[in-house]
Design a protein around this ligand. Structure first.
Ligand SMILES: NC(=O)c1ccc[n+]([C@@H]2O[C@H](COP(=O)([O-])OP(=O)(O)OC[C@H]3O[C@@H](n4cnc5c(N)ncnc54)[C@H](O)[C@@H]3O)[C@@H](O)[C@H]2O)c1
Length: 373
């Protein structure tokens, strides 16, 4: 099967980006959201991203016009009837996604593949909202979708191998680096990333460090492109809370319970950049956070880093994912300068294990203990 028409449902941060990925690659794209204002917002997101690329000289005005001309937008699911592939990028709420998949199943042609961009929810449960579970798959893009090169392809025990192969071929043709993973909460990257982000907010909630100290620590001492509070604002704090709820339901570990600071911001409607404020206010241009307290920055940097490296070691040791996929995911999905196993090689595994044991003893969190060799 070759794909020519691609549909996208949900036109927020991710949906608009996925529309751009496919339209840039020459596909005819149909973008659908639940209401006219949501469609208008999605269309505006695409226009803004393209005009930014033109102003930076990364795209010509003619190319931008051609991309725009390949996309149609609307609020009716029936516009997706002839799509070979539809990717859903609606909010991270299982009941909403199953409702959307049930509707998609009734309007999209029988040969069409249905994909979800979910960050953590069960693809199997989503697939079962349709009568074609063999043709339902996870295709997890990263934010911003046109920039980040990594895509997780999630298959269920019922996925047709042909469907998986077609999606892998398609992802490769988009120039993305793929990792294939079975249906597990948080897949590879979000299982690691969200625990790190939650850890940062737990530190913030405890009063041990400020948002500026946390963010400047990770920027300055690990060269991350942004700190954890900034990244939460970029992803959307509501989305992060939902992902953590799914991971917490699976692990039952306190470290995965969404931190109070995040939950409260969501309750107040401050979901991050998309709402205009979150950990930071975005009324004016965002300034790179700085702080002069090197002692606190070093402490929180080391704690966040060591806990995260420990999670990566455990993920690989339990056969959940390979070192290569974990390293690629964190670099190409999150823009980190080094993969965790590259960091471990640089620091030395023995040193990381000693630091894990010290962190576990100091904080009393058993989950930070190094794995038995
Ligand atoms: N934000 C990220 O960094 C990120 C990264 C990877 C994956 N994801 C996943 O992508 C999905 C979307 O996240 P987002 O950040 O783009 O969310 P968002 O809140 O920015 O956008 C959600 C979009 O869905 C639309 N929508 C809501 N209800 C709908 C319905 N019934 N039918 C059709 N459209 C509907 C909204 O109007 C909006 O356009 C989630 O599953 C999320 O976990 C997010």
């Amino acid at each position: 099967m070759s794909f020519s028409k691609v549909g996208v449902v949900g036109l927020g941060i991710m949906g608009a980006g996925i529309v751009e990925v496919f339209a840039r690659a020459g596909y005819e794209v149909t973008g659908v959201a639940e209401s006219i204002p949501a469609v208008d917002a999605g269309q505006a997101n695409l226009a803004k991203s393209l005009s930014r690329a033109v102003s930076k000289g990364k795209l010509s005005q003619e190319e931008s016009d051609a991309i725009t001309a390949r996309v149609i937008f609307g609020s009716e699911f029936k516009l997706l009837a002839e799509c070979d592939l539809v990717i859903e990028a609606a909010p991270e709420i299982l009941s909403l996604k199953t409702e959307i998949f049930s509707q998609l199943d009734s309007v999209v042609k029988p040969s069409g593949i249905l994909a979800t961009n979910t960050s953590s929810l069960s693809v199997t449960e989503i697939a079962h909202a349709t009568k074609r579970p063999a043709q339902v798959i996870g295709m997890h893009f990263f934010n911003p979708a046109p920039v980040q090169k990594f895509v997780e392809v999630i298959s269920t025990s019922e996925s047709d191998p042909k469907t998986v192969a077609q999606i892998v071929e398609l992802g490769n043709s988009l120039g993305k680096h793929l990792a294939q993973i079975s249906d597990q909460p948080g897949f590879i990257v979000n299982k690691l990333l969200l625990r790190y982000l939650n850890h940062a907010v737990q530190i913030l909630d405890s009063g041990q460090a400020s948002r500026e100290q946390l963010d400047s620590a990770m920027r300055e001492l690990s060269n991350y492109p942004m700190g954890p509070c900034e990244l939460l604002d970029l992803i959307g704090i509501d989305t992060c809370v939902e992902i953590l709820k799914t991971i917490y339901a699976d692990t039952g570990l306190e470290i995965d319970q969404p931190a109070t600071g995040m939950v409260q911001l969501v309750k107040a409607g401050n979901t991050g950049r998309k709402s205009g404020s979150g950990f930071y206010d975005y009324a004016d241009a965002h300034q790179v956070p700085t702080d002069a307290n090197d002692e606190i920055k070093t402490q929180v940097h080391n704690d966040l880093l060591i806990a995260y490296l420990g999670d990566c070691i455990a993920m690989e040791a339990t056969g959940y994912a390979t070192k290569a996929d974990i390293d690629s995911g964190m670099k190409l999905g999150c823009g980190l300068p080094e993969g965790p196993f590259e960091v471990i090689s640089r620091l030395g595994l023995a040193k990381v294990r000693v630091a894990q044991a010290e962190l576990a003893t100091r904080t009393g969190v058993v989950a930070y203990q190094p794995l038995a060799l």
